[in-house]
Design a protein around this ligand. Structure first.
Ligand code: PGA
Length: 252
């Protein structure tokens, strides 16, 4: 079984409703009817309704960048998975390194958010990845294994194919410094091995593992040609339509 490539754009805190709509319109024109790559974009919450409306019938999915783990309640400033589903969101990024580093998303919080995605019927995109210090001190694999165990540990084998993983070395995010295809492939293979050690073969075979961290049109093909790299989670280059479309083209 070959895995369908998946390119997801994380717009982070960029593009209010009008700008988001304009970018979505360009993507819709370029991508409607292309069948070979799964594509999703993750606008900020406030721009989700405009982007969902614009991308209707385009085949491009809308993702959220975060969610709260409860369905509703006294959680000022938060948005639940149930609300996102009602708004037409399909995927939700969980455990992005910016959330982990800046907003207190610990391994335990990531686990709760993954379960909240399942409760709400959202498909989680779970991010893992080591910092530069962790890589330089030889702990990269141990860190990624710990993050995987926390995020996925309580899911059943049948739930796992609904999860997309994203390996994003923190030192490569927004820095212009990409992991080499060989470095990225090595960690992706480690992640697939981790899955193979714990679950029946359909899990490691079917789960998609995206690479993220300074992916651009110019380096996408090299990364995507690796056997265990099934797509990309794109930050900066997702904000410019030509750059993002070049990455989608490289995945075909
Ligand atoms: P970048 O971000 O492509 O700007 O490095 C990737 C990410 O944070 O997902």
């Amino acid at each position: 079984m070959s895995r369908r490539p998946f390119i997801a754009g994380n717009w982070k805190m960029h593009k209010g409703p009008a700008e988001a709509d304009a970018l979505a319109e360009v993507l819709k024109r370029a991508l409607t009817g292309q069948g070979s790559v799964d594509v999703a974009v993750a606008p900020p919450f406030l721009s989700v309704p405009a982007v969902v409306a614009r991308l209707k019938h385009s085949g491009v999915h809308v993702a959220a960048q975060n969610l709260h783990w409860e369905q509703q309640g006294a959680f000022t400033g938060e948005i639940s998975g149930e609300m996102l589903r009602q708004a037409g969101v399909t995927y939700c990024i969980v455990g992005h390194s910016e959330r982990r580093a800046l907003f207190g998303d610990t391994d335990a919080v990531v686990e709760k958010k993954v379960h909240a995605c399942f409760r709400a019927g959202l498909l989680p995109i779970v991010c893992v990845g080591e910092t530069l210090d962790e890589r330089e001190s030889g702990q990269a694999e141990a860190v990624v294994r710990r993050q995987l165990a926390a995020a996925l540990g309580k899911l059943t084998a049948d739930q796992l194919p609904s999860v997309t993983l994203a390996y994003e070395p923190v030192w490569a995010i927004g820095t212009g410094r990409t992991a080499s295809p060989a470095q990225a492939q090595e960690m992706h293979a480690t992640i697939r091995e981790w899955l193979a050690e714990r679950y029946p073969p359909f899990v490691p075979r079917g789960m998609r593992i995206l690479y993220g961290g300074s992916v651009k049109g110019s380096n996408a093909a090299g990364l995507l040609s690796q056997p265990d790299i099934d797509g990309a989670l794109v930050g900066g280059a997702a904000l410019v339509s030509e750059d993002f479309l070049a990455i989608v083209a490289a995945a075909r």
